[in-house]
Design a protein around this ligand. Structure first.
Ligand SMILES: NC(=O)C1=CN([C@@H]2O[C@H](COP(=O)(O)OP(=O)(O)OC[C@H]3O[C@@H](n4cnc5c(N)ncnc54)[C@H](O)[C@@H]3O)[C@@H](O)[C@H]2O)C=CC1
Ligand SMILES: O=C(O)C1=N[C@H](C(=O)O)C[C@H](O)C1
Length: 260
């Protein structure tokens, strides 16, 4: 007999990722969307309870295992706290959390004292593999210039992307000499050796592209990833929800779950 499905609540349910999560969950037997939370109008396709407030939904719904959240930093801060109050695991892919007034990163840390919490700037397995390759290249190409470029659809709110910032951190971990993040360039600005360039492009309906370029010693190495559609992220987030729902309270990493 198969195990019972992980019961999830999707926030931001009428957003691009919310819709994708509900679609992807509909094709799986290991997750069940029991409720959808949306503060903006739109139709929710799941046969699930629909509400505007996560707290009310969690008070009404029994046996929810995890909240899966792709919204906005202020919402993620609020929802993490509510999930913790109800003892429900919290999986979020929201980006732009750094230096935000609502302190979403602090809220995730606080919530992780009582529930499992997993935040990933990118839930694609391809990006998890790219990160490993980037760390390896950064370690074995000392002194090379590094430039990170991302391209996303014109509806994206934050820049640079959360994934680009994660890739920059991966490079910096191996290259402590790169202390100056250079977000775009203009005017007279010759490149300094301690710079790591970070560039964001917004155009049309591009799902998400990332490139890390290493250049030096008369050669270039380019490591890149392109997401074909948002289902890639939705699948990874649902895998994460299934994997962490029953774990001990704490912070979890997407890459570590892929190794289990
Ligand atoms: N980690 C990953 O793999 C991925 C992360 N993302 C991130 O997920 C987030 C959402 O992306 P999309 O779905 O494209 O955005 P979207 O704009 O299509 O949807 C956002 C949803 O959040 C809701 N929302 C926004 N502000 C809110 C608030 N203050 N309170 C309650 N609900 C609120 C909106 O009503 C909407 O339903 C972004 O931060 C994006 O960067 C997107 C794709 C993949
Ligand atoms: O907003 C998006 O669309 C995406 N956001 C994430 C990010 O900021 O890195 C992940 C993915 O690239 C799509």
């Amino acid at each position: 007999m198969s195990a019972s499905p992980t019961r999830i609540v999707v926030t931001g349910a009428t957003g691009r990722m919310g819709e994708e999560l509900i679609d992807a969950a509909g094709d799986r037997s290991d997750v069940l969307v029991t409720a959808a939370v949306s503060r903006t109008p739109g139709s929710v396709t799941a046969e699930a309870a629909v509400g505007t407030h996560l707290a009310a939904i969690l008070a009404d719904e029994d046996d929810v295992d995890a909240v899966v959240d792709f919204t906005a930093p202020e919402a993620t801060a609020e929802y993490a706290e509510i999930a913790a109050e109800h003892g429900v695991a919290f999986v979020t892919g929201t980006t732009g959390l750094e230096d935000h007034d609502a302190d979403p990163l602090g809220a995730l840390d606080a919530a992780s004292e009582s529930i499992p919490v997993l935040h990933a700037s990118n839930f694609s397995r391809g990006i998890a593999a790219l990160r490993g390759a980037v760390r390896e290249a950064a370690a074995s190409l000392p002194g090379y210039d590094v430039e990170v470029t991302e391209t996303h659809h014109n509806g994206k709110r934050d820049a640079p992307s959360g994934t680009a910032l994660t890739l920059v951190e991966d490079v910096e971990a191996e290259r402590p000499d790169l202390t100056d993040r250079q977000y775009g360039r203009e005017g007279e600005q010759p490149r300094e050796t301690d710079e790591i360039g970070v560039h964001a492009r917004r155009a049309g309906d591009v799902t998400g592209e990332h490139e890390v370029l290493f250049a030096g010693n008369r050669e270039t190495v380019s490591l890149s990833h392109s997401a074909g559609d948002r289902g890639v992220f939705a699948e990874g987030a649902l895998d994460a929800a299934v994997a962490v729902a029953d774990r001990e309270p704490g912070r979890y990493e997407f890459a570590e779950l892929l190794q289990d």
